[in-house]
Design a protein around this ligand. Structure first.
Ligand code: NDP
Length: 392
């Protein structure tokens, strides 16, 4: 019997809540809380088992702690925005409650994400005897577990890692992002960065690209080098890795719109005065773009996210490609979501399940690759994200 408090009623929150509510033997009591309670109530109408809902401003650790004290969950699943990671972790510390999220902290006024801020909670979580599991989405999340699985079972030593994220779906809109537009555009317009021989190498935004041939009829797609947070934790925890990169596909149409929006200043996070009111252009842009949670109905096609890992097995050079393919329309049929929210929400549910079943446990702050990949990989197959690998 385990109670969970889920914070954030967006695209990802909808999937986590519905998936958790399908497993009452693990998640016996669920409360969904968010800034706008009506969004929680709307999701609650569609869950397999009944859930509670609440209003909370998760920027305020006191409000979160108060909610935790009244609901008494064993675990808080944070699927609000990265800005809320630290206030929610503070509330977990204050109340002695376990914590899980899907994206690392970034300050609102600087588009810079890194694990430093959350890793600094290590000693305090340890002393309190509680666990924080960071980045339990797909990337970060499943990609970390895929890498740990390859490291445990398929290669003796990993040398290079390329994480490749392909969304070959089409939502039929002129321009939309497939998760929170503010966070997405901050990430995509940032400089690229990869790890090589102990150093981080920076590249101008989206300046490096190549064509990659994806499996199962997805075919050739252009992939662009970006920085992604799991690179930071993976090279720390798997020190044999000497090169680690992250790549993502973008359509020409997405890039064309993004370029224009950037050129006219709409992606800026510097406040401007408009009619006497201070507004942040990127936040205004988010308000006029389609809500990613609403794209499910019209999105067709597949995602393919995986890791291309090179290293040695029994003294021989080997290459492993391990990946999941997810179909947008199948996700919508199951939980009324497109595949991006689905591929994030399902691993958040599985990470929480690992913690509640004590298959993953510890005191302190952990990244996914520090845990045994096997039970998580088993559950990916059971709960909607089957994986495959090729080795040569
Ligand atoms: P959405 O914008 O759809 O949802 C965010 C939700 O958080 C909204 O319901 C919003 O409330 C709520 N929220 C925002 N601020 C607060 C606050 N101060 N207090 C309480 N609730 C708040 O985002 P997504 O669902 O697309 O993304 C959720 C998270 O998942 C993000 O952190 C994102 O970075 C992460 N993610 C991770 C991925 C991975 O693979 N690891 C992939 C995709 C996303 P309101 O409705 O009032 O705005």
């Amino acid at each position: 019997m385990s109670k969970v408090l889920i914070i954030g009623a967006g695209g990802v929150g909808n999937v986590v809540v519905r998936k958790c509510a399908m497993l009452p033997e693990v998640f016996s009591d669920i409360c969904l809380a968010s800034r706008t309670k009506s969004k929680c109530d709307e999701i609650a109408k569609h869950t397999k088992t009944p859930i509670k809902t609440a209003q909370v401003d998760a920027d305020d650790p006191k409000q979160v702690a108060e909610l935790i004290r009244s609901f008494k969950p064993e675990l808080v699943i944070n699927v609000a925005l990265p800005y809320q990671d630290l206030p929610i972790m503070d509330a977990c510390l204050e109340t002695g409650t376990n914590y899980l999220d899907t994206a690392n902290y970034e300050p609102k006024d600087e588009a810079k994400f890194c694990y430093k801020w959350q890793w600094e909670y290590q000693e305090r979580f340890k002393e309190k005897g509680i666990m924080a599991l960071l980045g339990s989405g797909f990337d970060p999340g499943v990609t970390n577990v895929f890498t740990a699985y390859v490291n445990k079972h398929l290669l003796d030593e990993i040398e290079t890692l390329d994480i490749i994220d392909c969304n070959a779906g089409d939502h039929g809109q002129a321009f939309a992002t497939n998760f929170n537009p503010e966070i997405n555009i901050r990430e995509v317009t940032a400089k690229g960065k990869y790890y090589k021989d102990g150093n981080w190498v920076e590249t101008p935004p989206l300046s490096e690209s190549r064509v990659y041939n994806f499996p199962e009829n997805i075919g050739d797609k252009k992939i662009y080098l970006m920085y992604h947070e799991e690179l930071e934790s993976l090279v720390k925890h798997i020190p044999s890795i000497r090169e680690a990169r992250f790549w993502m596909t973008f359509s020409d149409n997405y890039l064309k719109h993004l370029e224009v929006l950037q050129n006219v200043g709409m992606t800026s996070i510097q406040p401007v005065k408009y009619n006497g009111v201070e507004i942040v252009p990127l936040q205004f842009l988010k308000a006029v773009l389609p809500d990613p949670g609403s794209l499910g109905k019209t999105t067709k096609g597949k995602t393919c996210i995986g890791c291309l890992v090179k290293g040695k097995k029994d003294g021989k050079e080997k290459t492993v490609y391990i990946y999941n393919i997810c179909d947008h329309e199948e996700c919508f049929a199951e939980v009324e979501s497109q595949a991006i929210s689905y591929t994030t929400g399902v691993p958040a549910m599985i990470g929480a399940k690992m913690m509640l079943e004590k298959k993953w446990s510890g005191k302190g702050v952990f990244n996914m690759e520090q845990m045994d990949p096997d039970p998580f990989m088993e559950d990916l197959n059971k709960y909607g994200l089957p994986w495959k690998y090729d080795i040569c």
